[in-house]
Design a binder for this molecule. Structure first.
Ligand code: COA
Length: 405
């Protein structure tokens, strides 16, 4: 049994449950409607809304990057819980702004975290968010009085006019990992799979990712099988033991493809589409509105499920499938902690999504083609609706951030 304050059998010892104590997400205040993109690219809008399951893509203005997105995601969470005992900041991203310094350190400074803190950046495409969360759980299992701040933050960019373009997006998720979590207790059993492939990659000299989209989708679904089989062997559980599922979402239609595969692996006929919609859609609403957030995707999906599911999910098991191109896949599960609703930021998330500004195609292309100055001179960044944290400017090749009033 897993319950707040209860115990979970892990290995031979009875240990306190560990997992997500608080979770919050942030996305830019600007978006491009995929209807607008369809008009310009000559595509049928239904291809985007139905075929890939996306409605809008978040566009970060020039004064926003992975650091400000992550700091903005973490701010409400730290305002609620304080910064005491945070001994690690693990920052997962595949859109790094510096090849040496960890983005975690910029956030450590902006968020006023204690100096006794290990701050690192982790990378394995979209899987890095899960790697960071699993490492955080291990730290807390060994040191139950410590808390770990996990930040997953990304800006998804593909070439203009490429098949990947409508699946762009941007956003960050912040998770505070602790013992006796108030929101989501993570169970220790998992199955994972590694394979050296080239389905999606971004050489250091490019700002846009390259993707073999159809190959990547095939690998996503085939590694789901290995990860699921590993999980089943470790846990002895089957599909019926899960109330809900969150999948990595480069585009939300893939959740339906993945669920269909899980049913097939188990020799079960997938339920009628209406039933699948009711089961899976709450875990896709936010992602439909933001587009791909890479390392943050799966946890944005969890946020979406917890915030928007009408049913009380207390004590329900949620299956989690993480996929990172290249590739790494992992299936694990967690239990929603009774009373979780009192600890969500659902109202803030709803307000943030409702108050975004729609861009014209021209504005989108202007932002897309704007390049961060690379000459080392002093530059001030024009202010957009990026708060509370924003990139104020650059000088001598150094980024300078500020907290807006
Ligand atoms: N109405 C409804 N559905 C339509 C449609 C229409 N008018 N036109 C096309 N579709 C459907 C297609 O049938 C297809 O569905 P299916 O996948 O169930 O067969 C889907 O829309 C996509 O269209 P398609 O033309 O096959 O693909 P595409 O060349 O536009 O590429 C992706 C789609 C998802 C592969 C592409 O956007 C991509 O590569 N995205 C990046 C994915 C990524 O980042 N992966 C790596 C991380 S996991």
């Amino acid at each position: 049994m897993i319950a707040r304050g209860g115990a979970v059998r892990y290995g031979c010892a009875m240990q306190r449950p560990v997992g997500i104590d608080l979770i919050s997400f942030h996305t830019p205040a600007y978006y491009l409607a995929l209807d607008t993109l369809a008009g310009v690219r000559g595509a049928d809008p239904a291809k985007y809304h139905v075929g890939i399951g996306q409605d809008r893509m978040s566009i970060p203005p020039p004064d926003q990057d992975i650091v400000t997105l992550a700091a903005n995601a973490a701010a409400p969470l730290l305002a609620k819980s304080g910064t005491e005992n945070i001994g690690h900041v693990l920052f997962a991203t595949e859109s790094c702004i510096d090849l040496s310094k960890a983005a975690a350190l910029f956030c450590h400074g902006l968020l006023g975290l204690p100096p006794r803190c290990r701050c690192v950046e982790l990378k394995e495409a979209c899987y890095a968010g899960t790697a960071a969360l699993k490492l955080a759980c291990e730290v807390v299992r060994n040191h139950p009085d410590e808390r770990v701040l996990v930040l997953a933050s990304d800006v998804a960019r593909y070439d203009l006019g490429s098949p990947g373009e409508p699946t762009q997006g941007a956003g960050a998720v912040a998770m505070l990992v602790s013992a006796d979590p108030r929101v989501f207790a993570i169970e220790p059993e998992c199955g994972f799979h590694a394979e050296d492939i080239m389905d999606f990659w971004r050489p250091t000299y490019r700002t846009e990712a390259l993707v073999e989209g159809k190959y990547s989708t095939r690998m996503y679904l085939s590694t789901l099988r290995s990860a699921w089989e590993g999980y089943k062997a470790a846990s002895g559980r089957g599909l019926a033991d899960h109330a809900r599922f969150c999948f990595h979402l480069p585009f939300t239609k893939i959740a339906f493809k993945a669920f269909d595969r899980l049913c097939r692996f188990e020799g079960i006929e997938a339920p009628a589409m209406e039933e699948q919609e009711a089961l899976l859609s709450p875990a896709t609403w936010y992602n439909r509105q933001t587009g791909n957030t890479y390392a943050a995707c799966l946890y944005e999906s969890l946020c979406s499920l917890l915030d928007t599911a009408e049913e009380d999910l207390s004590d329900k098991r949620v299956g989690m499938f993480s996929y990172g191109s290249g590739c790494m896949a992992e299936y694990y599960a967690g239990r929603v902690v009774p009373g979780y609703r009192a600890h969500l930021f659902a109202a803030e998330h709803k307000k943030m999504l409702e108050e975004r500004t729609e861009l014209t195609y021209r504005q989108y292309e202007d932002i897309y083609t704007y390049g961060i100055p690379q000459d080392g001179d002093s530059h001030l960044m024009a202010p957009y609706r990026s708060g509370p944290f924003r990139l104020a400017g650059l000088e001598n090749h150094k980024r300078r951030y500020e907290r807006a009033e």
